[in-house]
Design a protein around this ligand. Structure first.
Ligand code: ADP
Length: 583
């Protein structure tokens, strides 16, 4: 007999169906597990899957490139603590999505990339199928786990397994391979329904051992210069009230990592963000909360850190401990449970940051804030990063509900310092890899998941990696305002090719009109050459609630190469001293 097409059955969803197929079972399993949004790019063999998901009430957001759909799914996972779903087609589409899957895994964001794949028997004998690739093997090194569903009756199990793996323990990216033949397989509907299940407690609490809590309390209680580092794991954990209670009841100064900005408001009196260097250099006991001692924290090494510092680390991943420095008091568990245990097991007043230390940091903060205020006062022409970003800061300060997405080199470094955050999980940026290309994907997810306005502050180079998604933003009429720091180059726009008149490797078109490009898709474009124009444009754009893009014309000689991480460029003998070869 001829099986009903997924669409025929979808249109007829209320009628008792005797048969079902892979498409329906995938959608039913996702819905049973509260998946309400899919980010993807359609094509063979998953187009009908997207159509059916939409017909069955799942929101489908269609992108122009799979990396961006994947980044959106990852951001959705970070923001909601549920696995974000990215749907990709076989081979090339799958590979495009893999960048995002790897980035999600590196950042500990839960997502599942579901990809259609070619016929297994042809792939395995390398017979040259359409978009042939052993996708399961290719995905394996780039994610937390990779699974394949080989039989239609395993769809429920495969999806349950993928969703649980993504969110439990240390969150990460999961690859789920579904060959075309499985999607098209038919089975008895009643039997099919029995194969699906709803996950019970997919990310269970993980309580720390009492003795490890007491060890940490003792260390913190004896500290002269204690410090808390809040990372994006702390923001992800959604233990905002417990973290605030612990910080405030102990008086310990804290520094937020960039995506933990706003977990406590940046103007909190205990924030040592503006005395960061001093805090790291002098702290004698450091408690890391959902923050790894990786390159972003100089691996915990001197001279940035006190070489005698002792570390307390709260992390759900036991093997994170000692990865860079010996951890004197490891606290393995979920942040909410661990912080609750610290509060419960410490006596009132037992952990208290000495006043002298708080005052020392406070004095340095006041000095640095005054210096920054002086720099922000300057309003040179042509416009500099600082001027444009101060204007952005002043507008969004009035609107704490705004999500901020941020990538670039100088655009990232300067915005991170200038723009304060006041609400948890409202800042999404280049993260652990310092990756470029997350911009539009993260912005779209933030808007879709929250329904709130989003401002994406983008370097002109960074924007290019996901720029085509402005069509997606306009198509879905999302409240995303993209603000481009356009200095006409990667890092800066005035680099010169010494050899001939071709553009230098870091040159982009400084005359580029991103605002005009945006208008081509029906959005509102602005061009701003002064901070006052940035203020006016951003105020109007946010008030409109619709898609907008502001092209900020920045001095091409503004910006430093590689921003704050120039030291990561290897130093060869020619660096900064390149002489052209003779023709
Ligand atoms: P940052 O870049 O902000 O310093 P990282 O990404 O390096 O943050 O660190 C986040 C850490 O948080 C990871 O080591 C991860 O295992 C951990 N983590 C994530 N979620 C939780 C949670 N719910 N409880 C405990 N640790 C968590």
């Amino acid at each position: 007999m001829t099986a009903p097409s997924p669409l025929e059955t979808a249109a007829n969803a209320d009628a008792p169906a005797e048969l079902t197929d892979g498409y329906h079972l995938v959608v039913d399993a996702l819905k049973m597990n509260d998946v309400d949004t899919i980010y993807g790019v359609v094509g063979i063999p998953i187009t009908d899957l997207a159509r059916l998901a939409q017909a069955q009430g799942i929101r489908y957001v269609g992108f122009r490139h799979e990396s961006n759909a994947g980044h959106a799914a990852a951001a959705a996972g970070y923001l909601t603590k549920k696995a974000g779903i990215c749907l990709t087609v076989s081979a090339p589409g799958f590979l495009n999505g893999l960048v995002a899957l790897a980035n999600a895994t590196t950042n500990c964001f839960p997502m599942v990339q579901i990809s259609g794949s070619s016929e297994r028997h042809l792939v395995d004998l390398k017979q040259g199928d359409y978009e042939e690739m052993d996708q399961l093997a290719a995905a394996q090194p780039f994610c937390k786990a990779a699974y394949r569903i080989s039989r239609v009756e395993d769809i429920g199990r495969g999806i349950a397994r993928a969703l649980r793996t993504a969110v439990s323990g240390r969150p990460g990216g999961v690859y789920l391979d579904i060959p075309a033949a499985v999607l098209g397989s038919i089975m008895d509907a009643e039997e099919g329904a029995k194969t699906l299940s709803r996950l019970v407690d997919p990310a269970p609490r993980q309580l720390p051992a009492p003795e490890s809590v007491d060890r940490a309390i003792e260390l913190l209680a004896g500290a002269q210069r204690p410090l808390i580092v809040l990372g994006k794991g702390a923001a992800y954990a959604q233990a905002d009230a417990q973290i605030r209670e612990f910080v405030e009841s102990t008086g310990i100064p804290y520094v937020p990592m960039s995506m933990a900005k706003g977990l406590l408001p940046d103007d909190h009196p205990q924030s040592a963000a503006t005395a960061r260097s001093l805090a790291l250099k002098k702290a004698d006991v450091v408690m890391l909360v959902g923050a790894r001692l990786n390159w972003l924290l100089n691996h915990g090494e001197a001279p940035q850190w006190n070489p005698d510092a002792k570390f307390v680390q709260i992390d759900i991943e036991a093997k994170e401990m000692d990865s860079n420095q010996p951890i004197a008091a490891p606290l393995v568990g979920d942040i909410e449970s661990v912080v609750e245990a610290l509060i419960e097991r410490s006596k009132p007043g037992q952990i208290a940051a000495p006043a002298a230390w708080r005052e020392e940091l406070g004095a340095r903060s006041a000095q640095n804030v005054a210096k920054m205020a002086e720099r922000l006062k300057a309003d040179p022409h042509p416009m500099q990063f600082m001027g444009a970003l101060k204007a952005v800061r002043d507008v969004i300060r009035e609107r704490p509900e705004v999500y901020l997405v941020n990538e670039g080199a100088n655009a990232l470094d300067i915005a991170r310092n200038v723009i304060d955050m006041h609400v948890p999980r409202h800042r999404l940026d280049s993260g652990t890899w310092g990756v470029m290309g997350i911009g539009m994907g993260y912005a779209i997810a933030a808007a879709v998941e929250s329904g709130q306005p989003v401002v994406a502050v983008e370097g002109d180079s960074a924007f290019g990696f996901s720029g085509m998604e402005i069509e997606t933003i306009c198509r879905y009429k999302l409240p995303v305002v993209t603000v481009i720091m356009n200095n006409g180059g990667v890092y800066r726009g005035d680099d010169v090719n010494l050899y001939d008149d071709a553009p230098s490797p870091t040159t982009l078109m400084s005359a580029a009109r991103h605002d005009v490009m945006f208008e081509a898709f029906g959005g509102k474009g602005y061009r701003a050459t002064t901070p006052a124009e940035v203020t006016a444009a951003l105020t109007e754009a946010l008030a409109s609630g619709g898609p907008a893009l502001i092209d900020c014309v920045i001095d091409p000689s503004a910006g430093t190469e590689s921003g704050h991480i120039a030291h990561l460029n290897p130093k060869g003998i020619t660096v900064g001293n390149i002489t052209p070869a003779k023709k």
